[in-house]
Every structure is written in structure tokens, then in C-alpha cells.
Design a protein around this ligand. Structure first.
Ligand SMILES: *[C@@H]1O[C@H](CO)[C@@H](O)[C@H](O)[C@H]1NC(C)=O
Ligand SMILES: *[C@@H]1O[C@H](CO)[C@@H](O)[C@H](O)[C@H]1NC(C)=O
Ligand SMILES: *[C@@H]1O[C@H](CO)[C@@H](O)[C@H](O)[C@H]1NC(C)=O
Ligand SMILES: *[C@@H]1O[C@H](CO)[C@@H](O)[C@H](O)[C@H]1NC(C)=O
Ligand SMILES: *[C@@H]1O[C@H](CO)[C@@H](O)[C@H](O)[C@H]1NC(C)=O
Ligand SMILES: *[C@@H]1O[C@H](CO)[C@@H](O)[C@H](O)[C@H]1NC(C)=O
Ligand SMILES: *[C@@H]1O[C@H](CO)[C@@H](O)[C@H](O)[C@H]1NC(C)=O
Length: 779
């Protein structure tokens, strides 16, 4: 029950202001420091190495140092490395002379070190209950334990349920199943798990509790744990319906050939539990126990269980709420109902635990620096961000039920729509619920007077609401409702959910990378700088990198006419001169007929080029970008074949003649908010592996093909992580964007918006307009 995943609201009314928000961190640091200092102190206060040295005669010490050891020679011998002789005729060291005298080594370190997984659950089912009770067990159990295997005695007539590991012994002898399962499990999984649980599909078990139990028992213990059921030859055995847990040590004893034979011969009762019990009792000589290492395996046998009828009585029993297994279940519906009940129990316990922790933190805070005041509200959520200067202040946005005001620098008022609207409706609802829960349902919601919200990246979303409420407990004299209106201010926090760590495959920086550079007639200005820098980096990077240039012609070159890209082409071959044949640049040609050429067309052509293999990393470039090695390394690290594609958000320079007053303009890009911005609307730089591109490309339909760019294609594809992040290493010179009216609608709109945003800041533009008007005015 991951309670932190529920993005719950926490709410404070002005009434409980006991813990004002003040830093709790110093208290924590103080505590930790205290503990650390005391721990650090402890070893030195004993008779340690230092005190030993201090008590020695210095002259003697110097002499001793020359003999290289402080201790006597005898001990020195003990630590001398020695080579162990391989016994010449030892069977354990079979040297295979043909294989170059190599030892056999197991494939996995885990096997070699004998590392085992925790728990395997073997469910004894039958052909008739496989699709009912066994599925119920799978649904409530399988995702908690390491592995679940289902066993059936007869070939099932219906197709087996998906996603379950099913083993069948089609002999039809149901009562012999336990021994067959014991044999199978120890042969197949006997070495791979610490604990083995045997259970029939009649049981309901709380898998989370079972895992908790087995992870807290030492693996060195012999365990035969379960719910005692009967006595056989003076020893207790467990009920299979209630679940039997055996440790690996017990299972391997049972597994010995002679023991197995005894079990197959002697255990022929009609009762499954007795068969298993007798076998374990005879071979391992260990009785069934309900407690191990102070941990109790609490089970609750029931008779003719009817959930709806019996639960009211059962919920009053403290023992029942603690039970780990309840059995037997009559059918899977009961199984699910019971599961629901225990989920509630678990939820309540979790809330209870959270409350206890909060109380504990509050109690402890009085002994910590800062006292009670140092605890911020809500307890356990990081305290709110403290701005260092006036530029750091997080702004509160003002809102009403219908509109939000001054949400960003560009809008004054905006209608509340979509998620924003839902968000605000939601917090009003939660506020009302909490207020009414606290004040005996006396309030009726009237309207929202003021609302403020802000996003604190350390805490989450914070809200302040001024609510107009009707207090139904006030009885006014004239019968009107006017004087029943009260105002309440509430403060809410929607904490950030659990931060998830996404596991990433390991990548190296040695992948071959191909820069794909589409170039039109408008881009020719930056070209010289680009190839010059490219060749500089190329000498550094070596064969890792090469360039594919796609020349986009406005119209098909006519015979006899000069090639409009001839200068560019000759520069390319000049700089390319020193490169090896296999890393030479490739030039491709597209004729656009003055219409929009989609990214997909270009990459399709590159992707199918004969020199571009599936494992090539393609990186889409533009002429104005500043090439450097760090950026290319970032691209390599962030692009993972079959896993992730990378679309960096670069820092784009504003238009130099607008942001700088005097010429000459700097040749490099200054990195601050006045000289450029992260252009979040730019999607043209992306990197991906050719194989991933081909895979995603297949998923596009005809209409999508016409309107998508590559970023959208990957997002739509859905099988790869699309990683998009600001990338300070990636800088881009100012570029005048050509927006083609015949490009797909949303791309055209995006282009226009970008074009208006990448000139300069609003203040800079306003200044220019002012200067222009002043000049026109004749000054
Ligand atoms: C059970 O065994 C039979 C034959 O041994 C096999 O054909 C069948 O696929 C197995 N599985 C199930 C779920 O019946
Ligand atoms: C059984 O459990 C596994 C693991 O939780 C799940 O993947 C599978 O879909 C389940 N099968 C059924 C039939 O519920
Ligand atoms: C059980 O016995 C079989 C065959 O005798 C063997 O392959 C297997 O490794 C044994 N398992 C354990 C846990 O000892
Ligand atoms: C057992 O748990 C249920 C569900 O949370 C609860 O209603 C009941 O009061 C609990 N019983 C006892 C004795 O604590
Ligand atoms: C919640 O859990 C606590 C402690 O576990 C118990 O005392 C209480 O009765 C439970 N209440 C409900 C409603 O489940
Ligand atoms: C470009 O236009 C000419 C005629 O206007 C046409 O023949 C040619 O096929 C077009 N090319 C492309 C690539 O659309
Ligand atoms: C070329 O490289 C230099 C130094 O690495 C850098 O200052 C310059 O901005 C780069 N120019 C381009 C167009 O990438």
C-alpha cells in the first residue's frame, strides 16, 4: 500500500497554527551531527592505534619502522600472500588441456556466490479451480512475492489463464500432488530461493505480510512454519490450506534421494496436508511451528465462510485483523472481498503509522534546536522555499472560480479551462470536506472570494483560499440567510508525489554519431563557420563522427545553370580532404519546389542511405548551432538504443542588433537572460538510433505522416522514453526563422510564435520601439 502515491491534500485552517512554518532542517542536522560526533568519538576513546603509538618510546618506534612491521614476525607470516598449490590429481580441479586450461565458471555472479532470491510460492491447484481460485490467488499474491508457480493434477480442459506459470502432473492423483510438487520444486528451484511456501488455492494469504515475515527471519534458521493442523505419530504437521513455509535447508534435507523415495512410497493418504506433513516430519524431524524467531505466523481457520455474514463478527476480533492467512475460501468472490477488507485494514494501519510519526516528530522537536517552531506544516513535507533575493521569490497567482490573473509575463487574465479548472474545483471540494469534518457539517459552500496558488518545487502546489460559507448552525432572527455568511481562510498543500528513479541501461560515449544537417538557401550564411568548427571537432573526435548534409533546392537545377550550392559543396570537400574514406561527409539532395519539406522526408532519405546502418546514432543539426564536444557527448549519453531518444532544448541567442547597442557584436554567445533564452518551442534538434527511427516510422499512418515532426512521431510511438531537457552546453546563434505558410498548420503556428519570441526580451523590444518613434518624431 504505497500511501505516498496517493496525491492527498493536506489542509490547514487558521485554527490550528500550533506549528508555524519555520525550518525543521537545522534540528535534523543538529541531531545527525550529534549522533555522528558521538559515534566518531567512541573508537578513539578506547585503546586505539593512536594511543598505542603515543605510549611507545619514539626511538624504538623508528627502529621498528625500519624492519617494516610493528608486530612480531610470526604474525607477519600470517598475512604474507601464499600461492595455493593445485593438487595434481584432484578431481575438483579438472584442467581441460584442450580449452587452454580454463576453469569452468558459472555464468552469473549470483550463482557463483550462492545468492538466492527470497520466496517462491508453489500453489497446489486443480484443473477445475485453475481459472477461478488460482487466478484470484495470482491477482492478490503474485506481484508481492518473488515467484509463483501453479501446479495442477490433470490437464485443464479450458485454455490456461495468461501470465501464470503452470506445471501439470497429468496423472490425476490429486492427493499425491504435494510430493510431486516437493520433488519438482527442489529439483528445479531448490538452490535459487531462501524460502518456499506451499499452499493450496483454497487459502487467502496476505502476501505483503508474508514477505515481511520471511525477510525478517535469519536465513541460517531451519524453518517449518505454518498453521498447525493435526498430529501424526506424535508430531504436529501444518495445514496446506493455511500455507506451509519451508526454508531452503529443510527442503534440501527432504530432497535427499532416500527421503524422497520414502515419501513417494509412504505418503498415500487422501489428505494432501497429511502427505506433505508426514514427508517433512519424517525426513527433516522438525515439527510444524507457528512462531519462528519471535515472529508469529497468524492464521485464521474458518468454517463455511460467508464474507457478508461473518465479517461483522470477525472485525471485532483483534486477532483477525492481524492474521496472515485465512482459509479455506469457498470461492474467488469471497477471496476478493476478503482482500478488499485486508487492504482497508492495511490502509488504516498506514494512516495510523503516519499520524504516529507526525506526533513523534512534533514531540521530538521540543528537544531540538528551534523547538516546536522549527517544525513546518505539513509535517513530513519539505518546508517552503526561502528566497535568497528578490529575484528568487516564487509568485502567487491570483484566481477566482472562473479566471486566473497574471499567470505569466504575457497574460493579464485567462479563463480557467481544462486541468486548471479541475484543480481548483477539486481543492474547493477538499476544503469543504475537511472544514465540515472538523465543524460538524455546519457549512454550506457559497462562493470563492479570493484564491492564490503557487508552485514550490520543493513542496508541491500551495493554495490559499478565502471562502464565503453559510453557517447553518446560526439561526437568524428575521429568518433571512444574510447574517449566516462567514468567511474562512484555508491553506492547502498538494505535496509532490514519490520521486521515481527510472533505471537506465549503461551507455558509453564511444558510439558513432552522424550529424544530419539539412540546409536551404537561407542557411548559407552560417555555413562557413559550421564546417570550419566541424572539421576542428572532427580532428579531435576522429572516426567517431561524420556529417550528412542534405541540400534542399528550391527548384530542380536546370541543365547549364550553375549549382546554387556549389560554393558550399566545394568548402565541404575542402575540409573533408583529410578524412578517411569511411568518415567522409555525405551530400544528399532534395528538391522542395518552394514548399515545405518535412523532417520525416529528410530523415527517411538519410535512414535508408547505404552507409547508414541500423546502429548509427543520428543527430539532427542546424547551421546556427555551436558545435562542441561536450554537447556531442551529452547526445551520446542521453540516446540509448531501444530505450531513449533525446530532444535537447538549446539556448538560443536573441537578434544581435536588437540586444547590443554597439558594433562589433561579440562573436560568442553570452549566456544570460538578456542575450538569449531556452527556446522550448524548438524541436528540430533530436538524436536517435536509426533502428529506433525505423521502428517508430512504421507506426505512422498516412495522415500523421503529413503533419507530424519527428518529436511527435516518437511521442506518439510510445515505446521509447522521449527525453527532453534544457541543455546549457547546447547554444544556438540567432537565426531568422523561415515560416512556410504551406507547412502543416500547427507547425506554422509554432514557427510564428517562435519567431516573435526569439528576437529579444520584451523590455529590449519596447526600448527599440521607443527609440524608433522618438527618431520619427524628429528629434
Ligand atoms: C499439461 O500437460 C499436457 C501433456 O503432458 C500438455 O499438453 C498441456 O499443454 C499441459 N498444460 C496444461 C495447462 O494443461
Ligand atoms: C498473474 O500475475 C502476474 C504477475 O502479477 C500477472 O502478470 C498476470 O497477468 C496474472 N495473470 C492473471 C490471469 O491474473
Ligand atoms: C534435489 O535433488 C535433485 C536430484 O536428486 C538435485 O538435482 C537438486 O539439486 C536437489 N535440490 C536441492 C535443493 O538439494
Ligand atoms: C479491524 O480492521 C477493521 C478495518 O480497518 C476495523 O474496522 C476494525 O475496527 C478493526 N478491528 C479491531 C479490533 O481493531
Ligand atoms: C485503525 O487502526 C488502529 C491501530 O491499528 C486501530 O486501533 C483502529 O481501531 C483502526 N480503526 C479503523 C476504523 O479501522
Ligand atoms: C516540382 O515542380 C515541377 C513542375 O512544377 C514538377 O514537375 C516536379 O515533379 C516537382 N517536384 C517535386 C519534388 O515535387
Ligand atoms: C566554433 O568553435 C569556437 C570554439 O570552440 C566557438 O567559440 C565558436 O562559437 C564556434 N562557432 C560555431 C559556429 O560553432
Amino acid at each position: 500500500m504505497k500511501i505516498w502515491r496517493l496525491n492527498r491534500f493536506l489542509l490547514r485552517t487558521p485554527v490550528d497554527t500550533k506549528c508555524a512554518s519555520r525550518s525543521f532542517l537545522p534540528a535534523l542536522v543538529g541531531l545527525c551531527l550529534g549522533i555522528t560526533v558521538s559515534m566518531m568519538y567512541a573508537p578513539f576513546s578506547e585503546d586505539s592505534c593512536e594511543t598505542f603509538l603515543a605510549r611507545q618510546d619514539p626511538q624504538k618506534m623508528i627502529k621498528l619502522r625500519e624492519t617494516k612491521s610493528l608486530d612480531s614476525g610470526k604474525e607477519e607470516e600470517m598475512y604474507e600472500p601464499r600461492q595455493l598449490e593445485v593438487p595434481a590429481d584432484s578431481a575438483n580441479y579438472k584442467l581441460d588441456s584442450k580449452a587452454g586450461s580454463k576453469f569452468y565458471r558459472p555464468k552469473f555472479a549470483a550463482t557463483e556466490l550462492g545468492i538466492r532470491e527470497k520466496l517462491l510460492v508453489a500453489v497446489l491447484s486443480s484443473k477445475d479451480s485453475l481459472n477461478t481460485r488460482a487466478v484470484a490467488l495470482n491477482k492478490t499474491l503474485a506481484h508481492f512475492v518473488t515467484r509463483t508457480v501453479f501446479f495442477i493434477d490433470q490437464k485443464a480442459s479450458v485454455p490456461p489463464p495468461p501470465g501464470m506459470l503452470i506445471v501439470n502432473f497429468s496423472d490425476g492423483y490429486n492427493h499425491l500432488l504435494p510430493i510431486a510438487v516437493l520433488k519438482y520444486v527442489s529439483a528445479k528451484y531448490g538452490h535459487d530461493y531462501d524460502y518456499f511456501m506451499f499452499i493450496t488455492d483454497h487459502a487467502y494469504v496476505r502476501a505483503e505480510k508474508i514477505m515481511d515475515l520471511v525477510t525478517h527471519i535469519s536465513v541460517s534458521k531451519h524453518v517449518h512454519l505454518g498453521s498447525p493442523r493435526g498430529v501424526e505419530q506424535g508430531s504436529t504437521y501444518c495445514s496446506l490450506d493455511g500455507g506451509v513455509i519451508l526454508s531452503q535447508s529443510i527442503l534440501s534435507v527432504v530432497n535427499a534421494t532416500a527421503n524422497m523415495k520414502w515419501c513417494s512410497d509412504k505418503c498415500h493418504h487422501s489428505d494432501q496436508s497429511l502427505n506433505l506433513g508426514k514427508c517433512v516430519l519424517h525426513t527433516a524431524q522438525m515439527e510444524c511451528q507457528a512462531t519462528v524467531a519471535g515472529k508469529q505466523y497468524t492464521s485464521h481457520p474458518v468454517k463455511d465462510f460467508n464474507f457478508d455474514r461473518d465479517i461483522e463478527a470477525l472485525r471485532e476480533q483483534t486477532e483477525f485483523n492481524k492474521s496472515i492467512s485465512v482459509f479455506p475460501m469457498p470461492d474467488e468472490r469471497t477471496h476478493f472481498k476478503l482482500h478488499r477488507y485486508f487492504c482497508e485494514v492495511e490502509l488504516n494501519a498506514t494512516f495510523y503509522e503516519i499520524q504516529e510519526m507526525k506526533d513523534n516528530i512534533l514531540y521530538m522537536s521540543q528537544f531540538a534546536p528551534g523547538g516546536r517552531d522549527s517544525v513546518s506544516w505539513p509535517v513530513g513535507v519539505p518546508e517552503s522555499y526561502k528566497p535568497k533575493n528578490r529575484f528568487d521569490v516564487i509568485r502567487w497567482d491570483y484566481f477566482t472560480e472562473t479566471h486566473i490573473f497574471f499567470q505569466d509575463d504575457f497574460t493579464n487574465v485567462k479563463e480557467l479551462v481544462g486541468v486548471d479548472k479541475l484543480d481548483i474545483q477539486d481543492i474547493i471540494k477538499v476544503s469543504m470536506e475537511k472544514l465540515n469534518a472538523k465543524h460538524n457539517n455546519i457549512y454550506l459552500y457559497s462562493y470563492l472570494i479570493n484564491g492564490y496558488r503557487r508552485f514550490d518545487p520543493q513542496r508541491g502546489m500551495e493554495y490559499i483560499l478565502d471562502l464565503a460559507l453559510e453557517d447553518t448552525s446560526i439561526v437568524s432572527e428575521d429568518g433571512s440567510n444574510n447574517d449566516r455568511v462567514v468567511e474562512k481562510r484555508v491553506f492547502l498543500v498538494r505535496p509532490l508525489g514519490e520521486v521515481e528513479v527510472v533505471p537506465m541501461p549503461y551507455v558509453t560515449e564511444n558510439t558513432k554519431i552522424r550529424l544530419v544537417l539539412p540546409i536551404t538557401m537561407h542557411d548559407t550564411d552560417g555555413w562557413g563557420l559550421f564546417v570550419e568548427n566541424y572539421s576542428k571537432i572532427k580532428t579531435e573526435a576522429g572516426s567517431i563522427m561524420s556529417l550528412i548534409v542534405v541540400f534542399i533546392y528550391d527548384e530542380a537545377p536546370k541543365a547549364g545553370q550553375e549549382d546554387r550550392f556549389s560554393v558550399l559543396r566545394s568548402m565541404l570537400s575542402y575540409y573533408d580532404g583529410k578524412n578517411d574514406a569511411d568518415t567522409k561527409s555525405i551530400a544528399l539532395t532534395v528538391v522542395s519546389n518552394k514548399t515545405y519539406v518535412s523532417e520525416l522526408t529528410i530523415i527517411d532519405m538519410v535512414s535508408s542511405h547505404k552507409s547508414v546502418s541500423d546502429d548509427t546514432l543520428l543527430f539532427m543539426c542546424t547551421v546556427g548551432m555551436q558545435l562542441n564536444m561536450e554537447m556531442l557527448n551529452r547526445v551520446r549519453i542521453n540516446t540509448i538504443p531501444g530505450w531513449q531518444v533525446f530532444f535537447p532544448v538549446g539556448f538560443w541567442q536573441f537578434k544581435p542588433n536588437l540586444i547590443y547597442d554597439k558594433k562589433p557584436y561579440p562573436t560568442d554567445i553570452d549566456f544570460n537572460s538578456k542575450t538569449g533564452h531556452y527556446d522550448v518551442l524548438s524541436y528540430e534538434h533530436g538524436s536517435f538510433y536509426n533502428s529506433d527511427y525505423k521502428e517508430a516510422r512504421k507506426s505512422l499512418t498516412g495522415s500523421e505522416l503529413a503533419s507530424f515532426d519527428i518529436f511527435e512521431m516518437f511521442v506518439n510511438f510510445g515505446k521509447l522514453h522521449v527525453f527532453r531537457a534544457v541543455e546549457p552546453e547546447f547554444k544556438h546563434f540567432y537565426q531568422h526563422l523561415e515560416c512556410l505558410p504551406n507547412s502543416p498548420g500547427k507547425l506554422y503556428d509554432r514557427c510564428l510564435e517562435r519567431r516573435s519570441l526569439n528576437l529579444g526580451t520584451r523590455a529590449q523590444l519596447a526600448k527599440r520601439i521607443f527609440q524608433f518613434q522618438a527618431k520619427k518624431g524628429g528629434h
